[in-house]
Design a protein around this ligand. Structure first.
Ligand SMILES: [Zn+2]
Length: 95
């Protein structure tokens, strides 16, 4: 049997989720099991302790770097795909 999982106002076990806001990056919390569905009860309770200001700055900085690298990677993939399509087209046209 699970212990320490709070029960929301509907009588359901809360679901653990992770916040990705700039104020609470990576901080876990309990929320309504069916959050997002109509009529949800808005139950909310933090699971993890508050982040230190330094931890928050470091995590937010790392998340921004990851997002920037993912964006660059997507652009790189599109460039390679365009080059591939161009190359195939040229080979077919030159035949
Ligand atoms: Zn509820």
């Amino acid at each position: 049997m699970e212990t320490g999982v709070p029960i929301c106002r509907c009588g359901l076990k809360a679901k653990i989720a992770t916040s990705w806001t700039d104020d609470n990056p990576g901080r876990r919390f309990f929320g309504y099991k069916y959050y997002g569905r109509e009529g949800h009860c808005r139950f909310f309770a933090w699971y993890d302790a508050t982040l230190t200001p330094r931890a928050r700055v470091v995590i937010v900085g790392l998340l921004r770097k990851v997002k920037k690298m993912e964006r660059a990677r997507r652009i790189e993939r599109i460039c390679w795909l365009c080059l591939l399509i161009f190359s195939i087209t040229m080979v077919l046209v030159m035949k």
